[in-house]
Design a binder for this molecule. Structure first.
Ligand code: GAR
Length: 210
């Protein structure tokens, strides 16, 4: 069974979806620990309720991004995980961190990448007058929100949507596609090749982010 470390900063609804999937009969991955950079993250409670160990590496206790990331690497590597999953982890990671986990570091980003890298994606999609929006699971590379895409889900933007109503519609899909992508990885069906993703031996179309 594939050992997964999940990094969070907040509510942890994606973490919950992963915990639920890992508890199903025949699951191909297990969450061995959950690490938060924020002590008050609700996701820590979700993990505890699922019987999964947690720890906090509080970025406020570090004077630089580099020293924070080194502490994070030390904490993660104690577990010797096969995969590191960012689930609403809201810190930008250093190139050293990203290189250390190259090919085994996943992120979920609430937009149809390469559109709307960075923050406030729902608001930006609404302001642009888009009629669709969505979410992307991708391998993490040194380019922020720019690594090879694995899977996207598309949702419609409806009349009268607010950033909140749109976020809710997107999150329903997040909770479907993230466990799916992690399962593919755990089943060794997924590989990061240079700047493209390979699934079941076939190169996936690039989403334009690469
Ligand atoms: C999710 O919507 C995720 O896509 C987003 O944060 C939310 C976390 O929710 N991630 C990013 O914006 C990454 N830049 P959760 O804590 O309930 O899973």
């Amino acid at each position: 069974v594939c050992k997964v470390v999940v990094l969070i900063s907040g509510s942890g609804s994606n973490l919950q979806a992963l915990l639920d999937a890992s508890a199903e009969a025949g699951a191909s991955f297990s969450v061995c620990t959950v690490i938060s950079n924020k002590p008050e993250a609700f996701g820590l409670i979700r993990a505890a309720e699922a019987g999964v160990p947690t720890s906090v590496v509080n970025h406020r206790n570090f004077s630089s991004r580099e020293s924070f990331d080194q502490a994070l690497i030390a904490e993660i590597d104690q577990q010797q995980p096969d995969l590191v999953v960012l689930a609403g982890f809201m810190r930008i990671l250093t190139p050293e961190f990203v290189r250390h986990y190259r090919g085994r570091l996943l992120n979920i980003h609430p937009s149809l990448l390469p559109k709307y890298q960075g923050l406030h994606t729902h608001q930006r999609a609404l302001e642009a007058g888009d009629n669709k929006h969505g979410v992307t699971v991708h391998f993490v590379t040194e380019e922020l929100d720019g690594g090879p895409a694995i899977v996207q889900a598309i949702v419609p933007i409806k009349e009268g949507d607010t950033p909140e109503s749109l976020a809710k519609r997107v999150q329903v899909q997040e909770h479907v596609i993230y466990p799916m992508a992690v399962t593919w990885f755990a089943q060794k069906r997924l590989k990061m090749l240079e700047d493209r993703t390979q699934l079941d031996g076939e190169l996936l179309p690039s989403c334009g982010a690469q």
